[in-house]
Design a protein around this ligand. Structure first.
Ligand SMILES: *Cc1c(COP(=O)(O)O)cnc(C)c1O
Length: 369
């Protein structure tokens, strides 16, 4: 078997023991004589699987009793619509409610654009002026804001909110797709947390929504059933067929994380991994992090050549990505909209992967001298 170090931003690396367990159980899980993919989602065989996944997520994140956990589909992108539709949309003809969005990058902007179909979006803070390379000062919510939306970790540009903004009584809604379970988080500070699973939780196809109960039940009556939090919450994520296999896989990832010592243990490892890489970049003669120090992500680390000549720079980048892949370090190209390189080092990326990348870069740098 060949395994590479996969720095993909998503879908991304999964822990090898999880893949091995899933492979061993592929045709017969828990002595049921069935694959999870073949089971009725309402069967007694699947029930313990979804219940265990939720219980593990609750204990790992310390999710309070008065929050619901929903297992949905549609990706984080569908939450760009569901959050406004459920929290602040009003019937056609009535004055729109207002919601606050902080513009910290491409995903944050997409969330705001989608919301603007249903609510009046205000964007009192943005880091677009410096290519999203920092997190702006958190604006205070204005009177009447229905909710306050942030992207806690910005996957594409590699920034992360250094602290959670205090939004007072205005519910904080956060996209945590690329940082969920990477470090401890006080769920109480949020009204809604949502994440596509394919970065730090499991395979694509599952979207996790953690929502405070008082925020459920405010969708207008014309909202499609599948887009209503109250319907999904009322049916325990079984209004229709949930993504059963992705839920099972996520359960295995959560069990792996618990066995490792939980979020405090992985946070320590994540800080060590990111610390190693940022320290390397600090000293590097040829590569640099474009992100301001106090806004740097633990999960997604973009880096660019110091070379300023556009053509030379492009050649270095192309060669880097190609030679890294040949050395078993794959998916290091930056996002198509921002260029450069990016190493995504999610929970499942072992520290050895980061060490290998640094070693490769040291050799590569010598070829540039
Ligand atoms: C990947 C990503 C998304 C998009 O997720 P989908 O599940 O593909 O819709 C949204 N927000 C952030 C922060 C992401 O990293």
């Amino acid at each position: 078997m060949k395994r590479v170090y996969n720095f993909s931003p998503g879908p991304s690396v999964l822990p090898l023991p999880v893949l091995e367990k899933a492979a061993a159980e592929m045709c017969d899980v828990n002595g049921t004589g069935q694959s999870v993919m073949e089971m009725s989602h309402r069967s007694k065989d699947f029930k313990p699987i979804i219940e265990k996944t939720e219980a593990l997520l609750r204990s790992l994140m310390g999710i309070p009793e008065d929050y619901k956990v929903l297992f949905l589909q549609g990706g984080a992108s569908l939450q760009f619509s569901m959050a406004p539709l459920n929290l602040a949309a009003v019937p056609e003809g009535e004055p729109k409610k207002r919601a606050l969005y902080v513009d910290t990058g491409i995903w944050a902007k997409k969330a705001a654009d989608e919301a603007s179909k249903y609510v009046e979006v205000s964007i009192p803070a943005s880091s677009k002026d410096r290519a999203y390379t920092y997190i702006p000062q958190a604006p205070a919510p204005a009177h009447g804001d229905a909710y306050y939306h942030i992207t806690l970790n910005n996957t594409i540009v590699g920034t992360r909110w250094p602290s959670v903004p205090d939004t007072g009584s205005v519910p904080l809604v956060a996209d945590v797709s690329s940082c969920i379970l990477s470090e401890t988080l006080d769920v109480r500070k949020f009204g809604i947390l949502y994440a596509g699973a394919q970065k730090n939780l499991g395979p694509a196809g599952l979207t996790v929504v953690i929502i405070r109960e008082d925020l459920i039940g405010h969708a207008s009556s014309r909202t499609p059933a599948l887009l209503r939090y109250d319907i999904h919450a009322g049916e325990a994520s079984m209004y229709n067929t949930p993504p059963c296999h992705a839920i099972y896989m996520t359960g295995l990832v959560l069990q792996w994380l618990e066995d490792l010592g939980g979020v405090t243990a992985i946070e320590k490892i994540n800080r060590e991994k990111a610390g190693l890489f940022y320290s390397y970049l600090e000293l590097s003669k040829h590569f640099v992090s474009p992100v301001e120090k106090n806004s740097r992500s633990l999960m997604n680390i973009p880096f660019v050549p110091r070379e300023t000549d556009g053509e030379k720079r492009k050649r270095i980048e192309d060669r880097f990505v190609k030679e890294a892949a040949a050395a078993g370090l794959v998916n290091l190209a930056g996002h198509r909209l921002v260029g450069g390189m990016r190493a995504s080092i999610y929970n499942a990326m072992p520290i050895e992967g980061v060490r290998s990348l640094i070693q490769f870069m040291e050799t590569f740098e010598r070829s540039l001298n």
